[in-house]
Design a protein around this ligand. Structure first.
Ligand SMILES: CC(C)(COP(=O)(O)OP(=O)(O)OC[C@H]1O[C@@H](n2cnc3c(N)ncnc32)[C@H](O)[C@@H]1OP(=O)(O)O)[C@@H](O)C(=O)NCCC(=O)NCCS
Length: 182
């Protein structure tokens, strides 16, 4: 899918793992630089992130879309059935959305979100949720602008326990939700 901003969206493949990891780390370091101490962000490890993305893309084919400009991956979004068991509805979850900081606020996040909404509808989900770090005010404003609202749920989790090696950092996550037509 080619967009009016000179970008293209396509499904991620295993060979994208390193590019996904690099965008992920760059985006984390910028968005969380005033939230976490520098030594925590310095522990982010490209090899661990790459391994994480390689296994995620293999385990959930069709679940991650990348945004490219030219041949460079500048962002991505991952979508899956929701892990939360608090609803009998069919619920999808955006498990990550990250753009290279050089390309923030250019409309690519909204383009990725349009893809997610369309994919979620075609899967027959009635609701879409996501979890945001409580202090991530930029992302929270973005989610509200694309039709999500904080639904009152929150939880505590490890910062990047799956891949970053910074297990000592606990964070509060707040849930955003949006109903889907149907
Ligand atoms: C959050 C993110 C995915 C949004 O993507 P983006 O391409 O920057 O956002 P868009 O340009 O599509 O913005 C669409 C609208 O969202 C709102 N918005 C986006 N960023 C915003 C910000 N920092 N502050 C306030 N509103 C914002 C605006 O209404 C914007 O429309 P406008 O630019 O016409 O005013 C991107 O900024 C990002 O990667 N951030 C760092 C990683 C991150 O926080 N991920 C989420 C983890 S939970």
């Amino acid at each position: 899918m080619t967009g009016e901003r000179g970008h293209a969206l396509r499904l991620a493949v295993a060979a994208d793992a390193e590019a996904l990891a690099l965008v992920h780390i760059k985006s984390w370091c910028e968005i969380y630089k005033d939230v976490f101490p520098g030594h925590v962000l310095k522990k982010l490890n490209a090899a661990k992130h790459t391994a994480y993305w390689r296994s995620l893309v293999a385990a959930t084919p069709g679940g991650t879309v990348v945004c490219e400009r030219g041949r460079a991956v500048i962002g991505f979004l991952s979508l899956d059935a929701a892990g939360d068991g608090d609803s009998r509805e069919s619920v999808g979850e955006i498990t990550s959305i990250y753009l290279d900081p050089q390309h923030w606020r250019c409309g690519y996040g909204a383009a990725l979100m349009r893809w997610a909404l369309s994919r979620a509808e075609s899967r027959g989900w009635r609701r879409l949720i996501l979890w945001s770090l409580r202090e991530n005010h930029h992302a929270r404003a973005f989610y509200e602008s694309v039709g999500f609202h904080a639904d009152g749920a929150s939880k505590t989790g490890h910062l990047g326990e799956r891949f970053s090696g910074v297990e000592e950092m606990y964070v509060t996550l707040v849930r955003f939700a949006r109903r889907l037509p149907g």
